[in-house]
Design a protein around this ligand. Sequence first.
Ligand SMILES: Nc1nc2c(ncn2[C@@H]2O[C@H](COP(=O)(O)OP(=O)(O)O)[C@@H](O)[C@H]2O)c(=O)[nH]1
Ligand SMILES: [Mg+2]
Ligand SMILES: [Zn+2]
Length: 219
Amino acid sequence: MKIIDVKKDVLSKNDEIAAGIRGKLKDKGILALNFISSPGSGKTTLLVKTIEDLKSRIPIAVIEGDQQTDNDAKRIAATGVPVIQINTQSSCHLDAAMVEGALEKLGFVGPGLLFIENVGNLVCPASYDLGEEMKVALVSVTEGEDKPVKYPKAFRSSSAMVITKTDLLPHLDLDMARLLDYSTKVNPALKVFHLSAKSGDGLDDWYGFLLSMYHSLNP
Ligand SMILES: Nc1nc2c(ncn2[C@@H]2O[C@H](COP(=O)(O)OP(=O)(O)O)[C@@H](O)[C@H]2O)c(=O)[nH]1
Ligand SMILES: [Mg+2]
Ligand SMILES: [Zn+2]
């Protein structure tokens, strides 16, 4: 009797496609970031703000993933940068094949920044390599302290954690020290940003990080 591990099979096929994407992006000088978080933690809002502030300095393109609607693609399109919306329908994450197809349609020649907004959930997006340079996990201050320990894979597979909506902190009882302690336990190498897309606090640090990564890829 033969047992086929479907999940393992699917993931190894995915990784193969992702490796191809990573090679092509590197050749074009495109730095790709894959944003993962719960729904509503502020991914699209941060992307719109980042694009508005950096688009005059670096070419930017976006791939948007949602189960349905093109609401987020419309918000991005309003900034004037190229964007493709993927509707995953029954799937709760983007996979590398979807990104490969979107990249063909996008026709982004590079060099530049490619932001991929994944479907909002902290579970399976962590398992799918999309050919990105790094995953960025967002957690908003309204989500409580313990998301890193409840969904460790999301924070372990990410290189950076962005704590969003810090303008709301005065209204909440969030124990920030505890959130930081949990995230360090799960992934001591996580680079942490605190910011508010609304007030603008912390954005300079975030932009400095993006720019330095971009310039090390395109010296
Ligand atoms: N107060 C505050 N609200 C924010 C901030 N960023 C996003 N939001 C709000 O959070 C909600 C969800 O944001 P959105 O960007 O759509 O989240 P996404 O689902 O992760 O893409 C919206 O109502 C935003 O206006 C922020 O920095 N401060
Ligand atoms: Mg969104
Ligand atoms: Zn999924």
